[in-house]
Ligand binder design. Structure first.
Ligand code: AMP
Length: 180
């Protein structure tokens, strides 16, 4: 079973493309569009993401704009949970809560609908990739502002050297498919 998993993860990794110097010099961009294009890796990625949480009675998957929407809705459907988008400022039409967070230079902000999560809901935060962890932490703060609980994090990729995990709730499950 372990070797089957390893073979699947190798297949997924082989469909993630490195684009050097995008969107600016010095960034090695991890492009997941080939992973989405191949029907086998599209299905296998969804299955691998859902598997660790199948028995956790998750109420909602919170996906971070924009690549967190691509597998986030599948993940929610697979877990029979709802899907809640975390978006960049000004995109959500109803009343929102917002959270700013630090970037390497300056700051950024994310928003969620104020009525998105009921008190006490059990939530997973999902994105395609965790780098510094700033956006996943901001999403955690939004979830907590609404009185819900982050019980897990789900990423396809982590950039391990950046130690983004250290910014996240230590009590929540942390699941990544591929560390680079
Ligand atoms: P961070 O908030 O630093 O953890 O950054 C994570 C967010 O930025 C995710 O939404 C990623 O999609 C995006 N991101 C950061 N670094 C990269 C990278 N090297 N390749 C692709 N996406 C990235």
């Amino acid at each position: 079973m372990e070797s089957v998993n390893e073979a699947v993860l190798e297949l997924l990794e082989s469909e993630i493309r490195n684009i050097p110097d995008f969107p600016k010099p010095g960034i090695d961009f991890k492009d997941i569009t080939p992973l989405l294009k191949n029907p086998d890796t599209l299905e296998l990625t969804s299955q691998m993401l859902a598997r660790p949480f199948r028995h956790n009675s998750i109420d909602y998957v919170v996906g971070i704009e924009s690549r967190g929407f691509l597998f986030g809705t599948n993940l929610a459907q697979d877990l029979h949970a709802g899907f809640i988008p975390v978006r960049k400022p000004g995109k959500l039409p109803s009343q929102t809560v917002s959270q700013t967070y630090a970037l390497e230079y300056g700051e950024d902000k994310v928003e969620m609908h104020s009525d998105a999560l009921p008190d006490g809901a059990k939530v997973i935060i999902h994105d395609d990739l965790i780098a510094t962890g700033g956006s996943a932490r901001a999403a955690t703060q939004l979830v907590e502002k609404l009185g819900a609980q982050v019980v897990g994090y789900s990423f396809i990729l982590e950039l391990e050297a950046l130690q983004g995990r250290d910014l996240l709730s230590p009590d929540a499950h942390y699941e990544v498919l591929i560390s680079v």
